[in-house]
Write a protein that binds this ligand. Structure first.
Ligand SMILES: *[C@@H]1O[C@H](CO)[C@@H](O)[C@H](O)[C@H]1NC(C)=O
Ligand SMILES: *[C@@H]1O[C@H](CO)[C@@H](O)[C@H](O)[C@H]1NC(C)=O
Ligand SMILES: [Fe+2]
Length: 426
């Protein structure tokens, strides 16, 4: 009997409230604490992560407690490191916290679709490996925002690991350290098993700001120090917005929490960047923001980072025929149809909110009714997305729900590129 009760109750509730699918919402989970392993010496690398730089290079970033050389030694078989590169070391202070030594080294040129083995600071106790993205399509992206470091984050990461993705894209809100700097270190340790193996490309969210009036007035101190993205290479003057090409896709990382008005550097940079895209080389374009421009959840309605940024920048993305806009911020999943200026438009980007990585604030489970026709799928569950771009015309998007610690594909849709649609020619 007990086995029948649950579904019957769900059915009755579904009839009563008219929802298509009802779930018992999982509760928020506590932070998982990843302490520094005792066996690590002050010169052992920790919090290792990789990001792409230009067409054939990678930046390796890591932290040591004490002074250690900013050197990465690498090659294509384990235990032999015939190539090496050196870089720079920095650190920062935040209130009473002083960071470890943050090292940044760019390695390459590297071959595409190749596994490299590497060690950092010449430490022979920890060998890492890293696969470079393929030169030609297909490529598989894992996309997840608002990650945090809870029990849900942990299982979401495990699902992502199993996907054998090529690159992770993170639309902001990484550690949820929220001023408590050691939590940036534990986040670095939590993601290291994945982020040291594949490039992780991130943009910032509101939780990265960490600005305290008068006391610490500089925003993004920790984020910028720890997650150096390839902004210089894309002509940007700020780590908060940048772009890159990877395997047939032009990815634009925008900053929702820095200036975006038409007189801003970011706006001018975006105009320039869009003007330089070669659709023959990158038939797909995606943009990543933190605060969504389309959102039918009751959470985060009417914030200027959503409404004003959309007002200023939406036309630029539309006219460039950007295929996708991914956002985070709202702790739920929502997929829209192609939409521009509030209307369904077949030549506009698909907007997807994927802010459901697993942070400690829990899910945003209230929606606006009736459901607007442009909102195709919405659900307040943890999870992550995968975008597999097969060729110049076809890409497969899947959303993987993480409600019971298992990965369930709950939304699947094929997209065709706007560059291949004659009706969308400009
Ligand atoms: C994280 O997940 C892994 C595998 O899914 C599990 O073995 C491990 O115990 C989890 N760690 C924490 C701190 O929850
Ligand atoms: C692109 O990939 C899709 C999905 O695998 C396939 O159906 C289609 O034929 C491919 N197009 C070309 C031109 O190869
Ligand atoms: Fe956020």
């Amino acid at each position: 009997m007990a086995a029948i009760k649950g579904p019957v109750l769900v059915f009755v509730l579904a009839m009563a409230f008219g929802c298509v699918v009802c779930y018992d919402r999982p509760v928020a989970r506590k932070d998982v604490s990843i302490p520094q392993p005792k066996e690590l010496s002050p010169t052992s690398p920790q919090q290792v992560h990789a990001s792409v730089v230009g067409a054939d290079k990678m930046r390796i970033s890591w932290i040591t407690e004490g002074s250690a050389p900013a050197i990465v030694e690498y090659d294509t078989s384990p235990g032999s490191y015939s190539k090496s590169a050196t870089g720079s070391t920095s650190s920062y202070r935040y209130l009473t916290y002083k960071s470890g030594k943050i090292h940044d080294v760019v390695i390459g040129p590297l071959n595409p679709n190749t596994v490299y083995y590497y060690r950092c600071s010449s430490d022979s106790t920890r060998e890492f490996s890293l696969k470079t993205p393929p030169a030609l399509l297909p490529i598989k992206f894992a996309i997840v925002g608002d990650l945090g470091q809870t029990g849900w984050t942990n299982t979401t990461l495990e699902h992502i690991r199993q996907s054998n993705y090529d690159m992770l894209l993170l639309p902001g809100d990484l550690s949820y350290a929220d001023f408590i700097q050691p939590l940036w270190d534990s986040f670095g340790r939590l993601v290291e098993p994945l982020a040291s193996q594949r490039p992780w490309m991130v943009t910032q969210g509101n939780h990265e700001l960490e600005r305290i009036p008068v006391i610490h007035s500089t925003p993004f101190t920790s984020y910028n120090a720890r997650w150096h993205m390839p902004f210089e290479e894309s002509g940007s003057s700020s780590n908060l917005y940048y772009s890159f090409d990877v395997t047939g896709v032009h990815v634009i990382m925008l900053g929702s929490y820095t200036d975006f008005d038409p007189a801003s550097d970011q706006f001018k940079w975006l105009q320039d960047d869009l003007g330089k895209i070669d659709r023959g080389k990158t038939p797909w374009i995606m943009a990543i923001i933190h605060a969504p421009w389309y959102n039918t959840n009751t959470a985060h309605q009417g914030e200027p980072e959503s409404t004003l940024m959309k007002k200023f920048m939406e036309e630029l993305l539309y006219k460039a025929r950007v295929d996708f806009v991914f956002a985070g911020h709202v702790h739920a999943y929502e997929r829209f149809t192609r939409v521009y200026d509030g209307n369904v438009d077949n030549c506009a980007p698909v907007h997807i909110t994927i802010g459901d990585g697993g942070n400690r604030e829990g899910l945003a489970s209230k929606y606006m009714y009736p459901t607007p026709e442009m909102s195709i799928f919405r659900e307040a569950s943890f999870g992550h997305g995968q975008l597999e771009v097969f060729n110049a015309t076809h890409a497969l998007w899947t959303w993987h729900r993480n409600d019971d610690d298992v990965s369930v594909v709950a939304d699947t849709v094929w997209f065709t590129s706007l560059s291949s649609d004659p009706a969308c020619k400009l």
